[in-house]
Design a protein around this ligand. Structure first.
Ligand code: ADP
Ligand code: MG
Length: 694
């Protein structure tokens, strides 16, 4: 349990209001303040001569007011020109009081802190912090770099500096170093206390650039601890799962073997070596009386669904239930269709469950789950709604894992758990995470990787074209569709909003219908009901539509092998992985496919780099690696939305070289059942953490 409130209140100046705000920052004990780390630093230790200012710098300056005037051109503003022996600077205030204006009179000496920008009259600062200096008054500068902390409303920086001062003075010396001394020596990184003292109060002369890059040894020391804390959390989940019991589901049992045999025969294709290897891993796991926790990783189109289906069959043959969960309704519907197509001829009952089901249908699904007549349930997160009970859920399949947080996955696991047993867990992801990252992010899962695509696939040719060449692209769509091909036209949202969800695609569809008379054009977007969406998708799959105009709802998993042309509008606005996912919707059949990325000029450098990566490679692993380099893991994995892992100092890409040390130390701490494990969790993840909830 977290420490009780009096402890936080023991800090000078902390009453109920401040306490509440601190808790919102995740600070429950005074000690936690030591682990609230600065986001950046300001250098207020020296004066910068006005002649040496450069735009973008945040600096302290001093000068005497030459003129102060209210300007009315553009927005009304108070302009104060200060000068020293080397140059001049304009201070610009859009909001100012009469008193303020009067105090800023010519001849007054000011000290200011702010960000320099290039203004119409030379360098300027907008709303700087400032104070007037009395003649002859010597006000000392700061002695250390000034930390800037992450905060919440009502807790200004000076309060946080005071609170962290108190924490550093009163608690730093008592803080135990959780890492084994030998290991610390081996990494060559400084001890914890030294690292914390430095990061909170970097001395004058500390390398600001190194600090800004997050590569200072003191920061790396803390990053190591933070990665270790998360890694340990995941390892604990896994250890606990190992100790739990699950129903053993050997694939060799006669009924299971026969059912799978019939399934594979009807498929019409052979499993690839990668699929077979992944399935072999799964079979071994399922045969054990402990819950499987396995991640199957493989690029879009490599055929993960068949593997999942083969695992589901074994489970069903053993008289147990399977739940298949997908992150979006569209993807879940597609899985439903696939599983129905494959399983119903084998006499297996597939039941659909989504949030949009009407009451009656939902009650029927619930009843079927409870009495066991639903052998396989497919759906969205509705599958772990409270009130839903399974008769005997033995396998949970989660598609596109990174869209669900660890927490949601665990919830579904809990769903099937009784006092006796837990379900097996199979996670599928098309995000090809580099190995070091995977070992940290998915430390609770074993991994199988499917590297090859089914035979006969042709690589997608990707071209990037500026918006002004749209007419050529439209002509290309016309020719391709007249030749019997099918095409997607994707219109990403310009802004995140439900309302715009349809707006992005509707006008585009109308314009295309006008430009392409004679083509059968469909429209699909997130605001349509699932019945409508399904009707459109069905028509497209059946070849009754030539062109499907869509928002990014089709991003994940949609499978129409005969589609061979994709146009993506505003491609410069999308991330690499998202573009790769979208592109994966074509090139699924045997036709040579083309993906056209339409962009608006001029392209920002980053956007250019992204489009170039896609032109250069079709390999999802490479795309993922480049994506990480260009953007950082939080964005790539969508962790911002899911809360999968929020890091304070560590950056899983920048600090990837620490991963071996993290794993080594984790092993040692776990082997010796060290109390440091709990301490690390409290420090870095907090009291109300997700890992503890299992
Ligand atoms: P993903 O891994 O992206 O989820 P899917 O499971 O949707 O891929 O498979 C993509 C397509 O490839 C589907 O149409 C599927 O039926 C087909 N497929 C899967 N495995 C094979 C195989 N071994 N040979 C040929 N086609 C396959
Ligand atoms: Mg898939």
């Amino acid at each position: 349990m977290q420490s009780s409130s009096p402890e936080l209140r023991s800090l000078r100046g902390v009453g109920p209001a401040a306490e509440e705000r601190l808790r919102r920052l995740g600070i429950n004990r005074p000690l936690d303040l030591l682990f609230l780390l600065p986001q950046r630093y300001e250098d207020r230790t020296r004066l910068t001569p006005l002649g040496a200012l450069r735009a973008g710098q945040r600096v302290v300056v001093e000068g005497v007011i030459a003129v102060a005037d209210v300007a009315y051109r553009g927005r009304r503003s108070l302009l104060v020109r200060i000068s020293d022996r080397t140059g001049q600077l304009t201070l610009r205030f859009f909001h100012f009081s009469r008193t303020q204006q009067n105090s800023l009179s010519a001849g007054t000496r000011l000290r200011c802190f702010g960000e320099v920008r290039a203004g119409p009259l030379g360098p300027e600062m907008v709303h700087p912090e400032y104070r007037a200096l009395q003649p002859g008054q010597a006000v000392p500068l700061e002695e250390r770099l000034t930390p800037v902390y992450p905060t919440v409303e009502g807790l200004p920086q000076f309060r946080l500096r005071d609170l962290t001062d108190q924490a550093l003075n009163r608690w730093l010396d008592t803080l135990p170093d959780a890492l084994p001394a030998g290991e610390i020596a081996r990494t060559g990184l400084p001890p914890l206390r030294e690292a914390l003292q430095f990061v909170h109060r970097p001395p004058v002369g500390a390398d600001l650039h190194l600090l800004a890059s997050g590569r200072h040894p003191c920061q790396r020391r803390l990053a190591l601890e933070e990665m270790l804390a998360h890694h340990l959390g995941l390892r604990q989940i896994r250890e606990r799962a190992r100790a739990e019991r699950a129903i053993a589901l050997p694939a060799t049992q006669t009924a299971a073997a026969t059912l799978r045999e019939r399934f594979v025969q009807r498929l019409g294709f052979e499993l690839t070596a990668g699929q077979q290897a992944a399935l072999a891993d799964i079979d071994t796991d399922l045969a054990a009386a402990h819950p499987m926790m396995r991640l199957v990783q493989g690029d879009v189109g490599c055929g993960k669904t068949v593997v999942a289906a083969a695992a589901a069959l074994v489970t069903i043959a053993h008289g147990q239930q399977v739940a298949v969960m997908a992150p979006t309704e569209l993807l879940a519907e597609q899985h439903r269709n696939t599983f129905q197509r494959w399983f119903e001829p084998l006499g297996i009952t597939v039941v659909w469950l989504s949030g949009s089901l009407r009451k009656k249908a939902r009650e029927q699904a619930y009843a079927a789950a409870a009495d066991g007549s639903a052998q396989l349930l497919v759906g969205t997160h509705a599958l772990f709604q409270s009130g839903l009970a399974y008769r005997s859920l033995a396998l949970v399949i989660v598609d596109e894992q990174h869209r669900f947080g660890v927490h949601q996955r665990l919830q579904l696991m809990d769903k099937g758990a009784s006092d006796m047993v837990r379900p097996h867990q199979l996670v599928m992801t098309a995000t090809p995470i580099p190995r070091t990252l995977a070992m940290t992010l998915y430390a609770d899962l074993d991994t199988s990787i499917i590297r090859e695509l089914p035979p006969g696939r042709q690589p997608v040719t990707t071209i990037a074209l500026p918006e002004r060449r749209r007419p050529e692209v439209v002509a290309r769509v016309r020719d391709a569709c007249r030749g019997g091909a099918q095409a997607y036209w994707v219109c990403p949202l310009i802004e995140e909003s439900d309302h715009l969800e349809s707006q992005a695609a509707e006008p585009a569809a109308a314009a295309l219908a006008e430009a392409l008379p004679g083509l059968r054009i469909g429209l699909i977007h997130g605001r349509m009901s699932s019945t409508e969406k399904e009707r459109v998708m069905k028509a497209f799959v059946a070849g009754q539509l030539d062109l499907l105009v869509a928002t990014t709802v089709i991003e994940v998993g949609v499978d129409v092998p005969s589609a061979s042309l994709m146009i993506i509008e505003n491609a410069e606005r999308l991330g690499l992985s998202q573009l790769h996912q979208l592109r994966g919707r074509v090139g699924r059949g045997t036709d040579a496919s083309v993906c056209v990325l339409l962009y608006r000029s001029p392209l920002a450098e980053m956007a250019r780099a992204r489009l170039e990566v896609l032109r250069a490679t079709n390999d999802g692993f490479e795309v993922a690696q480049r994506d990480l380099e260009l953007r950082g893991p939080g964005e790539v994995l969508g962790t911002r939305q899911t809360g999968l892992m929020q890091l304070r100092v560590a950056d899983l890409v920048r600090d990837a070289d620490l991963a071996p040390a993290v794993q080594r130390i984790a092993r040692e701490l776990l082997a010796t059942a060290s109390p440091a494990v709990e301490e690390l969790r409290q420090r870095w993840i907090g009291a109300g953490d997700r890992y503890g909830a299992v």
